[in-house]
Design a protein around this ligand. Structure first.
Ligand code: TYM
Length: 332
């Protein structure tokens, strides 16, 4: 089976619809047909200021959400990044391969660092995409299922893989981004030109899976739509309505064309009301399951221990090969 790998940061109390539709939904589908590795990127979560208590809770809530959304730890290897020390170790190697210039060109770094005061921008935040390259290359996956915003990091990963192979001999296989067209970028409800984002969106712009569905329905009702009244998909001129249609289509499996026909002669209000119900139907069982997983954190930790063990089997093999090629003395 071809291998896939991906990660998500535990930096919010809940995943949002962008995380789910852009990435996690593909993770669930791919576990059936691929040798799948998925992890919670807690090492990445400390690149900006954080609260240790919150991080511990959010890491477990993240795992609970992945399980509630359909990940099966018997089919996919599910783990927490910090429990697999090879990530940090290969991360250092990658830092010694990456150029200052190319890291400076990462648009996510530019966006995130612009929002912090200068002396708070950590070296870790700068090196973040380079650690991400290590995360990926450790497992030699064929595909990395992510949203559009990760494409540039995937390009960097491929460049670093090529560079290592050229200089030291083949250790890596450059992976491909696996990005689904219709849901690659879910937009902020209040600002439909920007992506829905844990860190950048206003509360009204983001639909959190663990929010009360009544709150989400209200946010959908007050989503920014466009002048005009017709429910048609037109990314250019009607980004707000188009975003609602993308979400609707993804959650129900109904084609956009079919939805346009169904809403002929109706207005935005009808679309928004119905989408509120669609979202409620989707999140209600997820919320219930997350709650029950969180009642037994010891069981979650057991799942993670098993995942970390399986992940290390692969990761330690790759790291040993890399160390050898770099000229490090063999240990043990
Ligand atoms: P993170 O935690 O920001 O997001 C997790 C996943 O959700 C996708 N995503 C979106 N997709 C569509 N529309 C949106 N509005 C939207 N917002 C987020 C992201 O593209 C991502 O796939 N750097 C990564 C975590 C990471 C990683 C890795 C991923 C660390 N190491 C190795 C893959 C492989 C991140 O911050 O994702």
């Amino acid at each position: 089976k071809p291998r896939v790998l991906s990660g998500i940061q535990p930096t919010a109390d809940s995943f949002h619809l962008g995380n789910y539709l852009g990435a996690v939904r593909q993770w669930v589908a791919l576990q059936e047909t691929h040798d799948a590795f998925y992890f919670i990127a807690d090492l990445h979560a400390i690149t900006v200021e954080h609260d240790p208590k919150l991080l511990r809770k959010r890491t477990r809530v993240s795992v609970a959400q992945l399980l509630a959304l359909g990940l099966d730890p018997d089919r996919a290897t599910l783990f927490v990044q910090s429990q697999v020390p090879e990530h940090a170790e290969l991360g250092w190697v990658m830092q010694c391969l990456a150029g200052f210039g190319e890291a400076s060109r990462m648009t996510q770094f530019k966006d995130k660092s612009a929002k912090q005061s200068v002396d708070r921008v950590t070296v870790g935040l700068f090196a973040y995409p380079v650690l991400q390259a290590a995360d990926i290359l450790l497992y030699r996956p064929r595909y990395v299922p992510v949203g559009e915003d990760q494409r540039q990091h995937l390009e960097l990963t491929r460049d670093l893989a090529h560079r290592f192979n050229t200089r030291f001999g083949k250790a890596f296989q450059p992976p491909e981004a696996y990005i689904l067209k219709g849901t690659a970028k879910i937009y902020d409800l209040q600002e439909p030109s920007a992506k829905m984002s844990k860190s950048a969106s206003s509360p009204g712009g983001i639909i959190e899976l663990l929010d009360d569905p009544k709150v989400s329905a209200k946010k959908i009702r007050s989503a920014v739509t466009d002048t005009g009244r017709e429910v048609v998909f037109d990314q250019e001129n009607k980004p707000g309505v188009s975003n609602l249609l993308s979400i609707y289509s993804a959650l129900t499996g109904r084609e956009i064309d079919e939805l346009q026909t169904a809403y002929e002669g109706k207005g935005y209000g009808d679309l928004k009301k119905d989408l509120g119900e669609v979202v409620a139907d989707f999140v209600t069982p997820v919320r219930d399951q997350v709650k029950s997983y969180m009642d037994d954190p010891a069981e979650l930790d057991k799942v993670l221990a098993r995942g970390a063990e399986r992940a290390r089997e692969v990761a330690s093999g790759t790291l040993a090969r890399v160390y050898d090629k770099l000229g490090f003395l063999a240990g043990r």
